[in-house]
Design a protein. Structure first.
Length: 529
């Protein structure tokens, strides 16, 4: 739950007490010819990665890009992203992660809103994107796989003479636009709150103690670079001198191949990725040796207990979970030991993170009570990019941010999340939490994934509707699935209808976009939530 960036294993690069970028220069000196990063049949050594980032930084500076400028990067998971990230950090720019799944119109809106100075893109067919953004001034366009009118060629920007060596003082601050699951996307600049620099350093160190990379890890990167966790994984690997294996497009069997071939020890994924792995036929899974894995991290969306059980039985007790939000950073961590003691929990808060559970009137509730989750952290924002400061309905006078989730905190400080506040269904005055209904649906052996929403009902205000993805080679009828739900849930919580669809709508982080599912039913009407 939370927003797209609530990831378990963001693992900010604090391993050496300095920036990841100084460490890349260090590895370029200490291990110049050692492979740093691999993507398919391409690779870069530490020296190449450092040298190419210097060249790109020089080219950008010659074109007028400077300190504090926002540069957007709309790419898949690929080697070029690491070069761009390093170059922007050496200049002192901010990096806007622009989801490649966005339509050209959506991308153009974000570029205008952010005031981006430049954008790198790798669209297979760039024409629609270029048509949408060429009128945005003074935006500079750089095509990674494209050279043509209106855009500079990435390869040419690396071919520059007289390049001075550069070392970044700090990572490029990330600018992440919220997914828009509840409205128009808004920009979040991920950086410490003023006056919280020391607390932020201590917070980073605490984050690094929970399922983080260690020196010598081989890191599989399958998380998108348009959100916080993909960049954080790469930056942490750079800080530690760890080899990175990039997978541009997720494929479950290819993940197993890469783990075996490269002896991967650290991997972070979203629940959808693990569901796709679990759906592989056992004979395919048995072909590969995955015993090198030391840490698996999962986050970005709710994880069903059945999926967690499968992960633990398949890979052993190496699963780390986390919860957070773009606006406040990582909030809680759940280690394998915690998961045994507190099943269903999202873990305990990191150092300098505080959680407050509140009622509808804003009053702080007692431990164990269910209410809306508010969070204070060293990363909590005071406002969105190029927007007015937040009002008291979202940020109180003490610095607590309303993250939009419903949950409770027990006497020992463990957080238990129930659902998104805006996804709550109210039928006949009774609250129904979709996550509970989805968990029941996922217990059926034919269901791979499920999303539950409220749709208009003349008598009760809302009724429960389910959308389900089937596992490959499985089938089930609506009547059978509804009978299954009645065995698991009180009658008022059960779906009144089920729609089977090939693939649920998701953002790049794997979070199901329920707003898209609700829209046809509520168009022209107002929900009370």
């Amino acid at each position: 739950m939370g927003t797209d960036d609530e990831l378990a294993a963001g693992r900010l690069p604090s391993a050496h007490g300095g920036s990841a970028y100084a460490d890349v220069a260090h590895w370029a000196d200490a291990r110049p010819d050692e492979i740093a990063i691999i993507e398919g049949d391409r690779s870069l050594t530490w020296r190449q990665l450092n040298t190419l980032s210097d060249a790109l930084a020089e080219s950008l500076c010659r074109r007028g890009v400077g300190v504090g400028d926002i540069v957007a990067v709309r790419t898949h998971i690929r080697i070029e992203w690491a070069i761009i990230d390093l170059a922007l950090s050496k200049i002192g720019c901010r990096l806007l992660g622009l989801n490649w799944r966005l339509t050209p119109r959506e991308a153009a809106e974000i570029l205008r809103d952010s005031g981006a100075r430049a954008v790198f893109f790798d669209d297979p067919d760039p024409t629609p994107f270029l048509d949408a953004v060429t009128a945005i001034a003074p935006l500079m366009l750089v095509g990674i796989d494209y050279s043509g009118d209106g855009a500079a060629a990435f390869a040419e920007m690396l071919d520059v003479a007289g390049v001075p060596p550069r070392v970044a003082k700090a990572p490029a601050p990330l600018v992440i636009y919220t997914s828009g699951t509840t409205g128009r996307p808004k920009g979040v600049v991920i950086q410490p709150r003023p006056g919280q620099e020391q607390a932020f350093t201590e917070y980073q160190a605490d984050v690094a103690q929970h399922g983080a990379q260690i020196s010598g890890d081989v890191v599989l990167v399958t998380m998108p670079m348009s959100h916080s966790v993909g960049p954080a994984i790469v930056r942490a690997a750079e800080a530690l001198g760890n080899r990175m294996i990039l997978l541009r497009r997720f494929d479950p069997e290819q993940v197993l191949q890469l783990i075996e071939a490269h002896r991967v020890s650290f991997w972070t994924g979203v629940p959808t990725m693990f569901k796709r792995l679990a759906a592989l036929p056992p004979e395919i899974f048995a072909r590969y040796d995955v015993g090198s894995l030391r840490v698996l991290s999962i986050g970005g969306a709710p994880t069903a207990s059945s999926l967690k059980q499968w992960i633990n039985s398949t890979f052993g007790p190496c699963l780390y979970e986390g919860y957070g939000a773009s606006e406040v950073g990582m909030v809680t961590a759940l280690t394998p030991g915690m998961a045994v003691d507190r099943p269903g929990s999202s873990g305990r808060p990191y150092l300098h993170v505080e959680i407050s559970v509140r009622g509808g009137d804003g009053s702080v509730l007692a431990p164990g009570s269910v209410g809306e989750v508010w969070v204070r952290s060293p990363l909590a924002i005071s406002g969105y990019l190029n927007a007015p400061p937040l009002g008291p309905e979202d940020l109180d006078a003490e610095g607590f941010f309303r993250v939009g989730d419903v949950g409770r905190v027990d006497e020992q400080g463990y957080l238990y999340l129930i659902d998104r506040a805006k996804d709550l269904i109210v039928a006949g005055g009774v609250n129904i939490y979709p996550a509970e209904v989805e968990a029941a649906l996922l217990k059926h052996p034919a269901i791979q994934d499920a999303a539950v929403i409220g749709i208009p009902d003349d008598d009760f205000g809302e009724q429960v509707k389910a959308f389900c993805e089937l596992k490959p080679s499985h089938s089930v009828g609506e009547a059978e699935l509804l009978r299954h739900c009645r065995e698991q849930l009180a009658s008022y919580k059960c779906p009144r209808s089920v729609e089977f669809i090939q693939e649920l709508p998701r953002n790049a982080m794997g979070k199901i976009l329920k707003r898209q599912l609700r829209q046809p039913y509520w168009e022209g009407q107002e929900r009370s939530i």
